[in-house]
Structure formats: structure tokens, C-alpha cells
Design a protein around this ligand. Structure first.
Ligand SMILES: CCCCC/C=C\C/C=C\C/C=C\C/C=C\CCCC(=O)SCCNC(=O)CCNC(=O)[C@H](O)C(C)(C)COP(=O)(O)OP(=O)(O)OC[C@H]1O[C@@H](n2cnc3c(N)ncnc32)[C@H](O)[C@@H]1OP(=O)(O)O
Length: 229
């Protein structure tokens, strides 16, 4: 009886190990074919500036974009280009592996499904504005954006604001208060400000509002640490 049970366990273990190995191998195949498609199938895609209007942009997003493009003409605001790899943002990416990587916010090939956004920076005011339209793949509660993706867009907006103000930084601390759920497909106005720079510490604040400023969805404070020189 005991022997039969032990044999049963051994068979089960063997089966699950085989399944596990299969999953790993299958994953590796999928991942390496992604790398392949990023590096070799879409060379022009890599150079694309994603911070420009595309057909998935809502009219509200276009209106805000046009408003900031107008503001850019008179000085103050500058549109920040948006690429799908950090290597195209920073010259000489220290982590470049040669097999291709994607920025978390830009890891979908189709427009409009994930993070649809563009950023504008105001150097004098140390402000970064991000115009954001969360796509259907960012769902958390039914019909609304996942809290983690809200944290991501806040970290990226405030992080980019800190990078453009002080150079390379890492997020050390991020505190978010979620006030109102963010509807998928809505147009959001995300704004960050570098409040204080103290040695290597960069203190920023950030909020997310509806495109018309009527609804305050979330507020945050962040601490970034400048890279050691
Ligand atoms: C990344 C570049 C991107 C460039 C993009 C360009 C364009 C932008 C376009 C689109 C936007 C896209 C991206 C936006 C950019 C960035 C957003 C994403 C950022 C991230 O996604 S980033 C990943 C998550 N992040 C981490 O993975 C950090 C893990 N962590 C560490 O790597 C270390 O922990 C570190 C480096 C933080 C510090 O380490 P360290 O050794 O250099 O410094 P040390 O510990 O000595 O601290 C020095 C002083 O800071 C104080 N201090 C430290 N930590 C503190 C804390 N938590 N609270 C309060 N105070 C703190 C100490 O108390 C001391 O203070 P004091 O000087 O007064 O003693």
C-alpha cells in the first residue's frame, strides 16, 4: 500500500517536472522570438516617436496635445520624444544586452491597447505634463485602470521630470493616494513638479486629473535619488 503511494507520488513528481520543463522551454521560445521580432523584424519601429498622435487618440487627447503644441511655439513647454527602448532615450544604455529590450510603457506593438501617452516639459517651472489615455489591456476593476498602471504613469511622469531637471535618477520612494477610479479610454492630465533638490535627493509631487481638470483621480509624492557622479 505504502509502496504504491510512493510510486504514485514519484509518477506525479515526474509528470509535473516534465510539464514545468515544457513551460520553461515554451516560454524561452516565445521570449526569444519576441527579441527576434524587436531587433530584426521592425528596425523602423524602434526609431518611431510614439509621442505623436495616432488613430487611437480620442478627440480630448488631441485637443490637449494641440494646446501644448501651441504653448511649445511660444517657449516654455517642449514636447518630449517617446521611444520604445531606453537605449533610444539615453545614449549608451549601460544595460544594453544586444538582444533587445522594451520600455515597460511601450511593450505592446499595437497602438491604443496599453499606455498611450505623450509628455511635455517646462524647464523654468520644473514641470512635466503627461497626456495619458489608458487602453483596455490596463484593466483592473471592470472598466477602470489597474492601480499599478496608475503608479507606473505617475512614476514615469515624475521620474522623467526629475531626469530632465537633474539628470539620471532612481525612484527611492513613491506614495500615492487614489481618490477616484480612472476609466479606461478616458483622457488624463498627469502633472509633476520638482519641489525640492537636496544634495542627491529630488523631491517631487504629481497628480492625475481628468482632461478638463474636473476630477482629481490621484495624488502622489516621490523621492528620487540622483546617480552617484
Ligand atoms: C531611468 C532613466 C530614464 C530616462 C528616460 C528619459 C526620458 C523619459 C521618457 C519617458 C519616461 C520614461 C521613464 C521615466 C524615468 C524614470 C521613471 C522610472 C524610474 C524607476 O522605475 S527606478 C526603478 C525603481 N527603483 C529602484 O529600483 C531603486 C532601488 N534602490 C536603489 O537602487 C538605491 O536604494 C537608491 C539608488 C535609491 C539609493 O542608493 P544609493 O546607494 O545610491 O544612495 P544611499 O542609499 O546612500 O542614499 C542617498 C540618500 O538618499 C536617502 N534615501 C535613499 N533611499 C531612501 C528612501 N527610500 N527613503 C528616504 N530616503 C532615502 C539616504 O538616506 C541618503 O540620504 P543622506 O545623504 O541624507 O544620508
Amino acid at each position: 500500500m505504502v509502496l504504491a503511494m510512493l510510486r504514485g507520488c514519484r509518477r506525479l513528481l515526474h509528470k509535473s517536472k516534465t510539464l514545468y520543463t515544457y513551460r520553461i522551454q515554451h516560454q524561452e521560445t516565445t521570449i526569444s522570438s519576441c527579441y527576434y521580432s524587436v531587433r530584426h523584424h521592425c528596425p523602423t519601429e524602434e526609431l518611431r516617436d510614439f509621442g505623436l498622435p495616432n488613430t487611437t487618440w480620442s478627440q480630448n487627447l488631441r485637443n490637449l496635445y494641440n494646446k501644448f503644441m501651441e504653448l511649445s511655439k511660444t517657449g516654455g513647454w517642449t514636447r518630449i520624444p517617446s521611444h520604445n527602448t531606453i537605449a533610444h532615450h539615453l545614449e549608451g544604455d549601460p544595460l544594453e544586452t544586444g538582444i533587445g529590450k522594451r520600455m515597460f510603457l511601450r511593450n505592446l506593438d499595437s497602438d491604443g491597447l496599453g499606455f498611450e501617452y505623450c509628455m511635455f516639459y517646462n524647464k523654468d517651472e520644473r514641470r512635466m505634463v503627461c497626456l495619458f489615455q489608458p487602453g483596455p489591456y490596463l484593466e483592473g476593476p471592470p472598466g477602470y485602470a489597474h492601480g499599478g498602471c496608475i503608479a507606473t504613469i505617475i512614476d514615469s511622469t515624475a521620474g522623467a521630470g526629475a531626469v530632465y531637471t537633474c539628470g539620471s535618477v532612481m525612484t527611492a520612494n513613491l506614495n500615492i493616494t487614489y481618490h477616484k477610479p480612472v476609466p479606461l479610454g478616458s483622457t488624463l492630465f498627469v502633472e509633476s513638479h520638482v519641489d525640492k533638490i537636496q544634495g542627491r535627493k529630488v523631491y517631487s509631487s504629481c497628480h492625475i486629473q481628468s482632461y478638463d481638470g474636473v476630477i482629481l483621480h490621484a495624488e502622489a509624492t516621490a523621492l528620487f535619488i540622483k546617480a552617484n557622479q
